[in-house]
Design a binder for this molecule. Structure first.
Ligand code: GRF
Length: 215
C-alpha cells in the first residue's frame, strides 16, 4: 500500500477503538490518515471523539433506508469522495452487503471480540465464560462475505480470571483490542500483511494460523 494510507473508520458506538487509532497516530506509532469517520448511529459517542480530534464525520442513518443494499450504496457514494485505501470497521454494527465487500475487497478490516474461529456473532464474552474457556481475546481479520470468518491477521489473548463477569472480561479484551487493532492496520498499510487469493499473507507467506500476542 502507499506511504500514508487514506483511511475511513466506520463506527456505531463508543468508538474506543477509533480513539486507539487516533492516539497511535498522534504518538507517531501509526502512519494512517483518517480522512473520514462514518457512523450509522447519530448518537455514537465515537462521533464526538472524531470531532475532538479534528476528523471529518458523516452519519448515514440505517433506519432511513429500505434495505441493506440501498444503505451500502449510500455509504459507498459517500466514501468515494475520500478514496480510502483502507476501511476500518470499529464496532460498526451493520452487516455489509456483497456489493460493498466486492468494491473494497482486501481493504476492509474488522475486529471481533473472540479468538476466532471460536465465537463468531454476538455475546462472545458470556459465551466464552459459559463454556468454561481458559482463554479469551480478540481477532483482527480481513472482511469477506462470511460474517466474522475472513482471514485472520492478528490475535490477542488473555487468561480468564476465576469468577470474572462478562463486563470485566469485555473491559480487559478491549484493552487488548486497543493494542492489536492499530498494530494489524500498520501491518496492512505497510504491506507486511496482505490479502491475496482469499487468504492472509504475512511477510510474503500464507498465514493460516495468525500471530498471537499473549497479554
Ligand atoms: C469492540 O469490542 C469490537 O470487538 C466489536 O465492537 C466493539 C466496539 O467497541 N467489534 P468501541 O466502539 O470501539 O468502543
Amino acid at each position: 500500500m502507499i506511504k500514508q494510507c487514506k483511511t475511513a473508520i466506520l463506527i456505531s458506538g463508543s468508538g474506543s477503538n477509533l480513539q486507539a487509532f487516533i492516539d497511535a497516530i498522534k504518538e507517531n506509532n501509526l502512519n494512517l490518515d483518517i480522512t473520514i469517520v462514518l457512523s450509522n448511529n447519530p448518537n455514537a459517542y465515537g462521533l464526538k471523539r472524531a470531532k475532538s480530534a479534528g476528523i471529518k464525520t458523516i452519519c448515514i442513518q440505517h433506519s432511513k433506508f429500505e434495505n441493506r443494499e440501498s444503505l451500502d450504496k449510500a455509504v459507498i457514494k459517500e466514501l468515494e469522495n475520500y478514496e480510502p485505501d483502507l476501511l476500518i470497521l470499529a464496532g460498526f454494527m451493520r452487516i455489509l452487503s456483497p456489493i460493498f465487500i466486492r468494491k473494497y475487497s482486501g481493504k476492509i478490516l474488522n475486529i471481533h471480540p473472540s479468538l476466532l474461529p471460536k465465537y463468531p456473532g454476538l455475546d462472545t464474552h458470556q459465551r466464552a465464560l459459559d463454556a468454561g474457556e481458559k482463554w479469551h481475546g480478540s481477532t483482527v481479520h480481513f472482511v469477506t462475505a462470511d460474517l466474522d470468518c475472513g482471514p485472520r491477521i492478528l490475535q490477542g489473548r488473555i487468561t480468564i480470571n476465576p469468577n470474572e463477569t462478562s463486563e470485566e472480561l469485555k473491559e480487559r479484551v478491549q484493552k487488548v483490542e486497543h493494542y492489536i487493532y492499530p498494530l494489524a492496520a500498520k501491518w496492512v498499510a505497510s504491506d507486511k500483511a496482505t490479502f491475496k487469493n482469499g487468504e492472509c499473507w504475512i511477510d510474503g507467506k500464507i498465514s493460516r494460523k495468525p500471530p498471537l500476542i499473549n497479554f
